[in-house]
Design a protein around this ligand. Structure first.
Ligand SMILES: Nc1ncnc2c1ncn2[C@@H]1O[C@H](COP(=O)(O)OP(=O)(O)O)[C@@H](O)[C@H]1O
Ligand SMILES: [Mg+2]
Length: 386
């Protein structure tokens, strides 16, 4: 285990913390919990940029249905959770469509081009679903929020992708896309005003099949988008530099199940290869240590072996309970304990494997309930801090 307070030191020393890991391991929850605790204990203005908060969590952070805007979580919410915050907690959600529109507004060479792009049916259709658009826009938005200088610390959640590394490549891919031959090749015939699209048999057929405006919409879209090329590429590079900057650190979140743990290792190796800073690894939903105690195992074995006799002994204190049922429950409890113990042992091996990787390693237990409000986040945050 890491020395106490190392997670706190990490957050205190950085301006951007990117949480990453496989889907479902608790990335979003951990990002929100780390930010909430940082606001409560470290002070300053702390922003958590979430991507896909569960509905109840979004509610708790005041994010329901507000698009891209950042919202301050009121101090009252902290006080209700029994904490007097020293700083401010802000929360924002990623709205892909709004972020794309903002990007177009920034990079369009003039107002007419901007309006044409925003009104282009193809753009409107795909800006929410563009390949990699989620990944790219998350990084883009991070860049924008960081540049604003409004926050001392930004904790970023990452989108659930097939591959946990996708968002790292998103800026590069976006730059590649804009400089790609494919794109240039696609728009060459449309560039020249001399070419009359409607006169070409292929386009005539295509437009008849796809709807009359379809191809011209595509052409217009790509030509207009090309006008933003320089801005986009420059920006992608800036985002990449920010991720590699000393002020940025990555926190890998994983459970100790085989698949996510494996992916966490791959991710750590990849961060190293790219010279990105791995600040901490958070092992989430970890089974309690007492399952590893031999004495606990002995109790469980006894339950399984002597359940009939033990049920008889208990029956006098629980006269209202059916004796046979009591015996069965005891037996099942003993067995379940042993099953959990096997899993806990496997987890403990995984943990020692993973412990070799980062400077800071923290374990967070599997709580009885989902983590969906500020009190829950602060409770989880406590476990990151110790
Ligand atoms: N330590 C924990 N104990 C209990 N439930 C947890 C814990 N961490 C996360 N959860 C719950 O697990 C679910 C998935 O968490 P989430 O943060 O959305 O995962 P991800 O962002 O990695 O997909 C949520 O319902 C959350 O409340
Ligand atoms: Mg998530």
């Amino acid at each position: 285990m890491s020395p106490p307070g190392s997670f706190e030191r990490l957050l205190g020393a950085r301006e951007i913390v990117v949480t990453c890991g496989s889907g479902g391991v608790g990335k979003t929850t951990t990002a929100a919990a780390a930010a909430a605790c940082a606001a409560a204990r470290l002070g300053g203005r702390v922003l958590v940029l979430t991507v896909d908060p569960a509905r109840r969590l979004a509610n708790a952070l005041g994010l329901e249905g507000i698009g891209n805007a950042e919202r301050r979580v009121p101090d009252r919410a902290f006080v209700d959770a029994g904490v007097q915050p020293t700083g401010e907690l802000w929360a924002a959600m990623l709205d892909t469509k709004q972020s794309w529109d903002a990007l177009v507004r920034r990079h369009a060479p003039d107002d007419a081009t901007r309006d044409q792009i925003l009104a282009n049916p193809l753009y409107r259709n795909i800006s929410g679903r563009f390949v990699q658009s989620h990944d790219y826009i998350a990084m883009e938005r991070l860049f924008e929020l960081h540049s604003s200088g409004a926050y001392d610390l930004i904790v970023v959640d990452t989108p659930p992708s097939r591959n946990a590394l996708d968002f790292l490549d998103a800026p590069e891919r976006m730059a590649e896309f804009f400089s790609s031959r494919l794109l240039r090749w696609l728009i060459v015939p449309y560039r020249s005003k001399l070419v009359n699209l409607a006169s070409k048999p292929f386009y005539q057929v295509a437009d008849r099949v796809l709807g009359s405006q379809f191809l011209s919409d595509i052409a217009e879209f790509f030509i207009l988008f090309q006008s933003m090329y320089d801005g986009f590429v420059e920006r992608s590079r800036a985002v990449e530099r920010l991720l590699a900057d000393r002020r940025t650190t990555f926190v890998i979140v994983s459970t100790l199940e085989a698949a996510p743990a494996r992916e966490a290792e791959v991710f750590a190796a990849e961060l190293r290869r790219r010279r990105l800073h791995l600040g901490a690894m958070v092992l989430n939903k970890v089974l309690p240590d007492y399952l590893l105690d031999d004495s606990g195992a002995q109790v469980a074995e006894r339950l399984v072996r002597d359940y009939l006799w033990l049920a008889e002994a208990l029956a006098t204190t629980m006269p209202e309970v059916d004796g046979e049922l009591l015996a069965r429950v005891l037996h099942t409890i003993g067995q379940s304990f042993s099953h959990f113990r096997v899993v806990a042992q496997r987890e403990s091996e995984q943990r020692s494997e993973l412990a070799r990787v980062p400077d800071v390693l923290v374990s967070v237990p599997y709580f009885d309930t989902d983590v969906y409000d500020l009190a829950g986040l602060l409770r989880l945050g406590e476990r990151l801090w110790v």
